[in-house]
Design a protein around this ligand. Structure first.
Ligand code: FE2
Length: 200
């Protein structure tokens, strides 16, 4: 293996440890603490959001991102098909749509046979929680018939409001603070969030 190949392998190995925590390989299966940690539901969940990929619309302002990932069971490698992934977040101005029939910045999606889901939306703004702004975040609720319900949130790397936030600053949130990735030559932004559900 040349030096470049070695460096790539080494960095991928480091990534797999940092992304999944203490994962051990046991008879071709990975067992470990990959299970995605929970977070608070918050006051703004609304059931009944539409099934859709695209949450953007003409007059929406904000940086568009593709938010995507895969849902796995707690062996860390087996995809969960038909997991219901619900997301909700505020708009650029820190406002949730708590009333309209459009369910703005709210959606659900069912994972395919590879466990994949994806949404096109914007990076959320920030809103006050008491005297402190919460860091930008997207709420998740994931349900699947063989798994325990997951209620969680994702945050974004280098957000200066994470350190002061009572939830984002917790140790258990560390693998939910995600980089915003320049996906391609056109400058499209993506955020990847793989979800590991706890088996029932
Ligand atoms: Fe929120």
């Amino acid at each position: 293996m040349d030096r470049k190949g070695f460096l790539m392998t080494a960095s991928l190995a480091a990534f797999s440890i940092s992304a999944f925590g203490n994962v051990k390989r046991i008879e071709n299966q990975y067992k470990g603490d990959c299970v995605t940690t929970n977070d608070i539901l918050g006051p703004f969940y609304r059931p009944g959001a539409p099934t859709r990929y695209d949450l953007t619309y003409e007059e929406l302002s904000g940086s568009i991102i593709e938010l995507k990932g895969r849902v796995f069971n707690s062996d860390c490698v087996t995809p969960r098909q038909n997991a219901l992934v619900e997301i909700w977040h505020c708009n650029t101005y820190g406002e949730y749509d708590n009333k309209s029939k459009d369910f703005n910045q709210r959606a659900k999606w069912f994972t395919n046979e590879n466990g994949e889901y994806a949404f096109k939306t914007i990076l959320p703004g920030k809103y006050l929680n008491g005297n402190l702004y919460r860091p930008a975040h997207i709420h998740y609720r994931v349900t699947e018939k063989n798994s325990k319900e997951l209620i969680s949130q994702i945050y974004f790397k280098d957000d200066p409001y994470i350190a002061e936030d009572p939830w984002a600053s917790q140790k258990k949130a560390e693998f939910r603070i995600l980089p915003i990735i320049l996906e391609d030559i056109k400058g499209n932004l993506t955020v990847n969030f793989d979800i590991f559900l706890k088996d029932k």
